[in-house]
Design a protein around this ligand. Sequence first.
Ligand code: 48H
Length: 258
Amino acid sequence: MTLDEVEVTRMILNRFYREFSSSLETDVVIVGGGPSALVAARHLAKGGIRTVVFERKLSPGGGMWGGGMNFPVIVVQEEGREELIEVGVDVSDEGGGYYTADSVEAASKLIAAAVSAGARIFNAMTVEDVVIREGRIDGVVINWSAVDVAGLHVDPVMVRSKYVIDGTGHDCEVVRVVERKVGNLNTPSGKVEGESSMWSELAEKLTVENTIEVYPHLYVTGMACNAVMGAPRMGPIFGGMLLSGRRVAEMILEREGA
Ligand code: 48H
């Protein structure tokens, strides 16, 4: 075989076209590729739900890579560690109900497991808006992150999905768009309540409880749950993120009878 540079270009374009084109109408779009999103993506795809993740950065994994203050270690509790063990992460029992894992191993294996389960991840794409039809979310509006960073005036394109999950972390960006454009969220004030200051014990519990459908067909997962519902942050402990990802997947799988 003789390598032809133009063929290399053609391979990339053809495969990208195939995959992007088959993702334009899907069951679930997950915005952000952080740990909660990756767990949700794996469970949804495993359950036969067509799942597409859009991640703004080049690397999915969100805040997991950096562990706590860039020491590449994460802490999980008894309940959360199953999600790591299932994808082959080496989890150490530190006693007293605390478990640790290498943050780089955890992030990379959560990404790999989501992809192997059949979820499709598009990196370097930013969700900047939603589509709403008849009072419910009907898809997202996306653009290249590079366009955003360069401040170019380039119009975005749309992807239709039955459900959208906001997994954008502290900023809960998708819910913020809906708040700004429609209001009427399923929160005590109808608006984003805003995250409160650190209280690990309470925050971890509430992350799972706050995994809700915040607007018809729009769910939240991970840190976005507490930001939306006015609950505390938890610091570099990830059990709640993993369990929230599993919870949101269960909610959609149940609704779809999958
Ligand atoms: C596409 C986007 C957009 C957009 C953002 O923050 P994350 O790691 O998400 P979670 O909620 O799964 O995990 C939170 C955890 O990392 C954390 O921050 C904790 C536990 N903090 C506790 C504390 O006290 O500080 O990832 C979100 C991802 C990132 O990769 C973003 O780049 C991406 O979403 N993202 N992608 N379109 N509009 N907005």
